[in-house]
Design a protein around this ligand. Structure first.
Ligand SMILES: NC(=O)c1ccc[n+]([C@@H]2O[C@H](COP(=O)([O-])OP(=O)(O)OC[C@H]3O[C@@H](n4cnc5c(N)ncnc54)[C@H](O)[C@@H]3O)[C@@H](O)[C@H]2O)c1
Length: 359
């Protein structure tokens, strides 16, 4: 049985088609694309031979021949569209950021718990052969205690990127490099090392003339005891993503590809010949893991048809937004912030700075 899909938002939605649905054409049948921009929608529908197109999101909700609604619209629309799609009984995929606050994320989590369908947030960077091998070695217990790590998100965005009106503003993009870009490498970090328990962060806007931050650094304490530093900017000359983790028995370094860092082989440096032999044994008979949306959507399909765990969960998206909330809080107050962040936290309802909050 193929899952029948409707996609709303044809920019990021085009990437979902090219990298997620088309490589898994035996699992998914994309029936409809939806966009307010007719020219963009027609181009995507023609390119991928999608039979139906509509400007109305409600058409997707009402269509009994759609099992999955994939939401690729700007962030401020995610809450209402996710809640409507779950209420319509659909399976739901939603682009990052899942929500613009922890309060909204918790509303989605509650709605999912009451719905027949489930909700998968998008975190495609955590899928690929390089990161999968590194995770297998860590999960096999070979790495030993984690000591320190660094996560560098050195990307570049300029005036052309911010020409799209919803970007660069607190009310519509809902955050800058921390919330919208580095969220992927930071998700890879927690995917590999587990939860964060304490955070000190700084943010600044130093590259572009925008409201939201385009530079950030943070110092983390992980639940497993490791210390990690994060640095992200949208003002780097060359673009790289790099994760480097020092463990008791080995050091791991990601590939440096900015937008596909999980795909190519990662360096796994063993401390001794015995550790090298254990790594080789753990990876013997390894089956190649496809990159990004290709693997994520394949796992999503199997989760939906078997009722098994989703590859990316709303709890994990909440965890990512909790880190964002903690860093914005620390940057504003100058204090070291403890996680988890619950409903009594001052920034639970919104992390938007007071001077940019809606009137
Ligand atoms: N996972 C990733 O790596 C990744 C990459 C890019 C974008 N994104 C996310 O995808 C989302 C969209 O980003 P984008 O860059 O594609 O934005 P975009 O502005 O380029 O495209 C959004 C599209 O949605 C359409 N749209 C807006 N409101 C609509 C509505 N009510 N009904 C139907 N169509 C509507 C617009 O016409 C536009 O074509 C954002 O949440 C962004 O953060 C994720």
């Amino acid at each position: 049985m193929r899952l029948r899909v409707g996609i709303v938002g044809c920019n990021a939605g085009r990437t979902h088609l090219a990298e997620g649905y088309c490589p898994n054409a035996d699992l998914f049948d994309v029936r409809t694309v939806c966009d307010l921009d007719a020219a963009r929608m027609d181009a995507v529908a023609d390119e991928f031979a999608i039979p139906n197109r509509t400007a109305s999101f409600d058409d997707l909700l009402r269509d009994p021949d759609i099992d999955v609604i994939d939401i690729c619209t700007p962030p401020a629309l995610h809450l209402s569209q996710v809640l409507a799609a779950l209420a319509a009984g659909k399976q739901v995929v939603c682009e990052k950021p899942l929500a613009g606050s922890l309060a909204d994320a918790d509303r989605m989590i509650a709605a999912e718990a009451a719905a027949t369908g489930r909700l998968m947030p998008v975190f495609q960077y955590r899928y690929g052969n390089g990161i999968a091998e590194a995770k297998a070695v860590i999960d096999a217990g070979i790495a030993g205690r984690a000591f320190v790590g660094t996560v560098e998100t050195f990307w570049s965005r300029g005036a052309d990127y911010y020409a799209v009106p919803w970007r660069g503003r607190w009310q519509t993009e809902m955050g800058g490099v921390l919330m919208a870009h580095a969220i992927h490498p930071h998700d890879m970090l927690t995917f590999l090392l587990g939860p964060v328990v304490r955070v000190f962060g700084r943010i600044d806007t130093r590259v572009n003339r925008i409201e939201v931050e385009d530079c950030m650094t943070a110092s983390l304490r992980m639940q497993n005891g490791a210390l990690v530093s994060l640095a992200a900017t949208l003002g780097s000359v060359d673009q790289i993503t790099r994760i480097r983790l020092a463990f008791e028995n080995l050091t791991i370094e990601s590939d440096h590809s900015p937008f596909r860092p999980g795909e190519a082989e990662w360096k796994i440096l063993p401390r001794t010949p015995d550790i090298a032999a254990r790594i080789n044994a753990a990876l013997a008979g390894w089956i190649h893991v496809p990159p990004r949306h290709t693997q994520m959507m394949r796992l999503f399909y199997h989760a939906v048809v078997t009722g098994g765990p989703l590859p990316v969960t709303t709890a994990e998206a909440r965890r990512a937004l909790e880190l964002v909330t903690a860093i914005y809080t620390s940057a504003e107050t100058g204090v070291d912030v403890a996680l988890p962040i619950l409903a009594d936290h001052p920034k639970y309802q919104s992390w938007v700075p007071a001077r940019f909050a809606a009137a």
